[in-house]
Design a protein around this ligand. Structure first.
Ligand SMILES: Cc1cc2nc3c(=O)[nH]c(=O)nc-3n(C[C@H](O)[C@H](O)[C@H](O)COP(=O)(O)OP(=O)(O)OC[C@H]3O[C@@H](n4cnc5c(N)ncnc54)[C@H](O)[C@@H]3O)c2cc1C
Length: 322
C-alpha cells in the first residue's frame, strides 16, 4: 500500500530559486488530457539542465516532495492537487539533434513532433508515435507503443537520466529491461529522463512516411473516442489473454458513469471526462471495473495510467532514494 500522504501544503519555508519559471498554486487540470485534478503547490519549469539540477538540489535540501509532469496524457492528478514541487518538462528540453544514424531527443519533445520531424528527414519506423500524445521522457519510462514491435524501446539506444543523487547517468536500452508497458524506471519514480538517443536504420521517401502516418491516425481515430477528454487506455492488456477493453465490454460496463466519469461507449478501455469529472469519480470507476472484471473473469486488470500522488510511495525526495 502506498504510504499515506499529508495533503496539507508542505511548509515551503524557502522559495524555489531557479532561473526558469516558478508558479505558486498552479492549476494542473489544464496540463492534463483528462482535464482533471487540483493545483500544484509549486510548478517549476527549469530553463536547462543546470536549472533542473538546482530544482533537485533545493528539493533535497528542504525535503520537498517532487513530481514529474510531461504532457499529462497518462496521469490522474488528485482533486486536492500535488504538494511540493511539480517539475514540468514539456515546455523545455526540446532538443532534436540528428547525426548520421543517431538521433538525440530531449525528454520534453512530444511523440507526434518526433514522428513528423523524422518523416520530413526520410527516416521510417517511428510513424506509430504520431498518435501518442505524450513526451519522449515519459514514453521511455513506460515503453509506450501501439503494438508488438511498435514500441519506443524498439529504436532506443540509450537514455540520459538525472538521479536523486544528483548524478547524470546513461543507461542503454538493454539496461532498462523493456517489455510491454514496462521499464526498470517504473521502480525508480524519482529518476528523471532528460534525453534519449535512438537508432535510425530505416529510410523511405518523406511523402510515403507521411501517408503512413495519416493512415495510422485515421485508423486510431476510428477506434477511440477522439473528441473527448481522456487518458488513452486506462488498463494494460493482461498477459496472454483477451484485451482489457474486451473484458470490460463483456462485463457490461460500457457507458457506466460515476458522476461525469464514464466508461467510453466507443472503446471500453477508455474513461472519458464528460465535463466536470473528479479524480475521486475516476478512481471509483477504476476500482469498480477492476472488481467486476476480477469477479467475472478471474483477471486482475493492472492500471496503465499513473495516479498522483498515490503512486509515488514516498513523495519526499530524500527518503525516496535511500
Ligand atoms: C488519446 C490518447 C491516446 C494514447 N495512446 C497511447 C498509445 O497508443 N500507446 C501508449 O503507450 N500510450 C498511449 N497514451 C498514453 C500516453 O500518451 C503515454 O503513456 C505517454 O508516453 C505519456 O507521456 P506524458 O508526457 O503525457 O506523460 P505524463 O502523463 O505527464 O506522465 C506519465 C508518468 O511519467 C512520469 N514522467 C513524465 N515525464 C518524465 C520524465 N521525463 N522522466 C521520467 N518520468 C517522467 C510522470 O511523473 C508520470 O508518472 C495515450 C494517451 C491519450 C490521451
Amino acid at each position: 500500500m502506498p504510504k499515506s500522504i499529508n495533503y496539507m501544503d508542505v511548509g515551503l519555508n524557502h522559495s524555489l530559486a531557479i532561473r526558469g519559471q516558478v508558479y505558486d498554486n498552479h492549476p494542473l487540470a489544464p496540463l492534463t488530457t483528462w482535464k482533471i485534478g487540483g493545483s500544484a503547490q509549486v510548478l517549476a519549469v527549469p530553463r536547462d539542465l543546470d536549472d533542473l539540477f538546482e530544482v533537485f538540489r533545493q528539493a533535497q535540501t528542504y525535503e520537498w516532495p517532487l513530481f514529474f509532469l510531461g504532457r499529462g496524457s497518462n496521469l490522474l492528478i488528485a482533486d486536492r492537487g500535488l504538494p511540493g514541487i511539480t517539475l514540468h518538462l514539456a515546455p523545455t528540453f526540446k532538443e532534436l539533434k540528428l547525426e548520421g544514424d543517431r538521433l538525440r531527443v530531449g525528454a520534453g519533445v512530444s511523440l507526434p513532433r518526433l514522428a513528423h520531424y523524422l518523416a520530413v528527414q526520410g527516416v521510417a519506423g517511428f510513424e506509430f508515435l504520431a498518435g501518442i500524445p505524450g513526451t519522449v521522457g515519459a514514453a521511455v519510462r513506460l515503453n509506450a507503443g501501439t503494438g508488438p514491435g511498435q514500441e519506443i524501446g524498439a529504436h532506443l539506444r540509450q537514455v540520459t537520466l538525472v538521479t536523486p543523487r544528483l548524478q547524470l547517468v546513461t543507461l542503454t536500452a538493454a539496461e532498462l529491461n523493456l517489455s510491454y508497458r514496462h521499464s526498470r524506471l517504473l521502480n525508480f519514480p524519482h529518476w528523471l529522463v532528460v534525453a534519449a538517443e535512438f537508432y535510425l536504420d530505416e529510410t523511405a521517401p518523406p511523402e510515403k512516411i507521411q501517408a503512413r502516418i495519416s493512415e495510422l491516425l485515421r485508423q486510431r481515430q476510428a477506434k477511440s473516442p477522439v473528441n473527448s477528454s481522456n487518458c488513452g487506455s486506462v488498463f494494460k492488456n493482461p498477459p496472454g489473454g483477451r484485451p482489457a477493453g474486451w473484458l470490460i465490454e463483456q462485463a457490461g460496463l460500457k457507458g457506466l458513469r460515476y458522476g461525469d466519469a464514464q466508461v467510453s461507449a466507443h472503446h471500453a478501455n477508455f474513461i472519458i471526462n464528460l465535463g466536470n469529472a473528479t479524480a475521486a469519480q475516476v478512481k471509483a470507476l477504476i476500482a469498480h471495473i477492476q472488481e467486476t472484471v476480477g469477479k467475472l473473469f478471474g483477471v486482475t486488470l493492472e492500471r496503465e495510467i499513473v495516479i498522483l500522488p498515490d503512486d509515488i510511495l514516498a513523495p519526499a525526495l530524500t527518503p525516496a532514494i535511500k
